[in-house]
Write a protein that binds this ligand. Structure first.
Ligand SMILES: NC(=O)c1ccc[n+]([C@@H]2O[C@H](COP(=O)([O-])OP(=O)(O)OC[C@H]3O[C@@H](n4cnc5c(N)ncnc54)[C@H](OP(=O)(O)O)[C@@H]3O)[C@@H](O)[C@H]2O)c1
Length: 354
């Protein structure tokens, strides 16, 4: 235990922050040392300052930890800082920490599309971490910033990667049914969402399009060449607490011989986190269900502790040449946020980057 890396969490009281607490309080490689929230909560005990929303109890080892405010000196001496800050304030503070020499793994959207910022979904594009060499050289920071994808994109790209590798992708269309927790603790008023669906999520459709193309892109020299395909998304907020469900329609380069070939390609997919047996890696990143009414948020969001996505209803899409359609579901706060970030940090440690 003595050689565990020292870590901190920014935005520890929020919905993603609470997931970080769950994942880090007893992590075998990381020791949680510093937690922070907004200035009003600085000095308070975590258990007093947090409206804990998850069904497992707030970990007792964190309950009495004191929250600190966003001052760079509070984070001195840490190895890694996980960020679950609102995007409006994340960018500037994360940069300050990177300048000080810290490794920042961030959920917040600023900088995700910049050329020297790795945007990593660990099973898909771990090689994009090589951009950190460019980042260090061009920015002159002692530390680094790595981003994990937007929640919808993290879940979608995990299902697309095996299809891309095996059959090639020409076009992707997706309609999403996104959970309330995706909008943060104060995200959506109950009077707006009860008995309702809101067919708009600000900036989400552009994020899904651009981040999907960057993550599935290939490293060419010192940059990522984005995958040259059309990606089109329609994003809706639905009255579900947790777990984004996405209806995906893909046009493949090559038609698979039959649907059992598609199922096999998805079920047998694994990435570097599985090969390296990283602590937070799911045994299988993609689960395929054969029941006609799966995946469902309540039943499938916690597959492999929330780190696997579940695919179901795989069918041909007769309206499109080489068309395939299916649904994919994943935990937005774990696979789509804190879990992906912790897995990135494990990968960086295993590869000797931290
Ligand atoms: N929710 C998801 O599924 C999801 C998925 C992927 C990415 N993300 C991204 O992850 C980030 C966090 O999302 P969330 O859903 O956890 O949001 P949230 O529930 O609203 O939590 C926000 C956190 O940031 C803190 N905070 C707010 N203003 C602050 C300030 N001025 N200074 C310091 N701390 C401040 C809050 O502290 P207080 O408690 O003191 O207000 C809280 O801990 C966002 O950038 C979001 O876009 C979220």
């Amino acid at each position: 235990m003595a050689d565990r890396l020292k870590v901190g969490v920014l935005g520890a009281t929020g919905l993603v922050g609470q997931r970080f607490i769950q994942l880090l309080h007893d992590h075998p490689w990381f020791q949680l040392e510093v937690i922070s929230a907004s200035a009003e909560k600085a000095g308070m005990k975590y258990s007093e300052a947090t409206r804990w929303i998850w069904s497992t109890p707030l970990p007792s080892s964190v309950a009495d930890m004191r929250l600190c405010k966003l001052s760079p000196e509070k984070f001195k001496g840490l190895d890694i800082v996980f960020s679950a800050l609102p995007s409006q304030i994340a960018g500037g503070f994360e940069e300050k920490l990177a300048k000080m020499g810290l490794t920042v793994v961030s959920n917040a959207s600023p900088m995700r599309l910049e050329d020297d910022i790795p945007l990593v979904n660990p099973e898909i594009n771990p090689e994009h971490l090589k951009l950190l060499e460019v980042q260090r050289r061009t920015r002159g920071w002692k530390g680094v910033i790595v981003k994990n994808p937007n929640c919808t994109t993290a879940i979608l790209t995990l299902s697309l990667k095996p299809l891309l590798d095996e059959f090639g992708l020409k076009r992707v269309r997706v309609a999403t049914m996104q959970a309330l927790s995706g909008a943060g603790y104060r995200g959506v008023y109950s009077m707006d969402i009860m008995d309702n669906i809101i067919p708009f999520i600000k900036n989400e459709e552009d994020k899904v399009r651009d981040e999907t193309r960057k993550i599935l892109g290939s490293l060419k020299g010192e940059r990522v060449k984005w995958l040259d395909i059309g990606v089109s998304a329609t994003c809706c907020r639905v009255p579900v607490l947790e777990g984004h469900l996405e209806a995906v329609f893909v046009e493949l380069e090559e038609k698979p011989s039959d649907l059992s070939e598609v199922i096999k390609v998805l079920e047998t997919f694994e990435g570097l986190p599985q090969k390296l047996k990283l602590p937070t890696a799911p045994d299988k990143p993609i689960i395929v269900r054969s029941e006609v009414d799966r995946p469902q948020p309540r039943l499938d969001r916690m597959a492999y502790r929330g780190m696997a996505v579940t695919v179901g209803r795989i069918r041909w899409d007769e309206a499109t040449e080489n068309g395939l359609k299916y649904l994919v579901l994943g935990s937005n706060t774990i696979r789509g946020a804190a879990g992906a970030a912790v897995l990135i940090a494990e990968l960086m440690k295993a590869k000797g980057i931290i």
